[in-house]
Design a protein around this ligand. Sequence first.
Ligand code: SF4
Ligand code: SF4
Length: 400
Amino acid sequence: MIKEGSYLFVEGQGPVEPFRGKYAVKSADVFERVRARWASVGLDPASAYLPMRIELELTTKCDDSCPSCGMGALPLAEGRTLTDGQIRFLLQQFASIGLPSIAVTGGEPFTAWRALLKLIEGASEHGIDISKLTTNGSWGTVARCPRVFERLEKAGFLDGTLFVPLLMMSIGEQNTPLESVARILHHAVTHYSKRELNVAVSSLADPATRRHKVDDLVAVYESEYGQFPHERVHSTMRVYLTNDRIGGQAPVHRPGHTPVAKWMDHCFDCFAPTVGAYVLPTSLLKNDGSWYTCAAFNVPEKLAFGNLLRERATDVLARAAASLYVQRVRAGGGLKALHDVVPREFTEKTTCTSFCDTCALLIDQFDEKADTTTGHRSPTLIPPAALMARTNRAAAESQR
Ligand code: SF4
Ligand code: SF4
């Protein structure tokens, strides 16, 4: 399998190789093309933050129930999917900021099949690529698999101009039979070239046996279809902080006793235009419209800069770009840029378990030292029924 992190292309740091990496691009001049797109909608190319991608939570519904779900998924009856009107509105918002690409997440996007097709079709009409589509693969049955691919293709999933789309399958705690995942993989690699579609598998090791689920997938695949297409499948292991590596990958140690200073020194710039191994800067748009300047699983709440269902995207983006924290990290090439604001006394004595936990701690420190407030909370609209319930509850409590 293709190791995570391969083919990292950062703007201004050497040439970009097309059709390389999990988030492969279709041309070497991708950054010039994206900058022209931003300029065409009036954005300042010198801005500290311009997103290459929005990770869009299309639905919070999921047909699985993984114990450590990091996606905030809800059962089918409780989750919420963006309406057609919201999808249309958001696409206009995305176009207004010259957005190059969308990553579709959930919940499980395929439980919102009609909305997913609307989104892909609409994105295609606006000239916005779908650079990633994440799934648990529950649609990989004999009856559905080929039909789903056919319909995705018809909707324009493969028609992006900047990125080769990636189909990302999660097989961590999911209950999808591996036969279904193998069928999707086999269909993808036998019907499409790597210039048309990339595939990735995000896997977990069983803590009891230390056996990696991707090994089981390879065995299932090979018993059904022959040689596993290692040269076509990208691995994604790093998203699980305590995960084991697969064979051939360096061991990862994420102890809870790593000083903040050390994390800072090894962090790279999340806000520098990047393709290939990752797409950066990225952003997260939650199903309720809340918008964050990064899409980390444990994104700090202070990186929320507004709500794209209630405010103009250009205003929210301007707010993020004006953030002193974002500007500092961007100008200094990552979290290490905060060494001259946050004292060593704090960064060397405080420990945490990840870059993003470090980021959250540093934002608090930065705000205190620089006398600023990172992030922005949009005014909350309270639906009348909820407002009434809240008022009644307050009245009842005051009579106790
Ligand atoms: S399949 Fe994905 S979204 Fe659904 S419960 Fe599992 S981790 Fe969460
Ligand atoms: S370090 Fe900060 S900006 Fe970078 S991914 Fe983590 S939370 Fe986001």
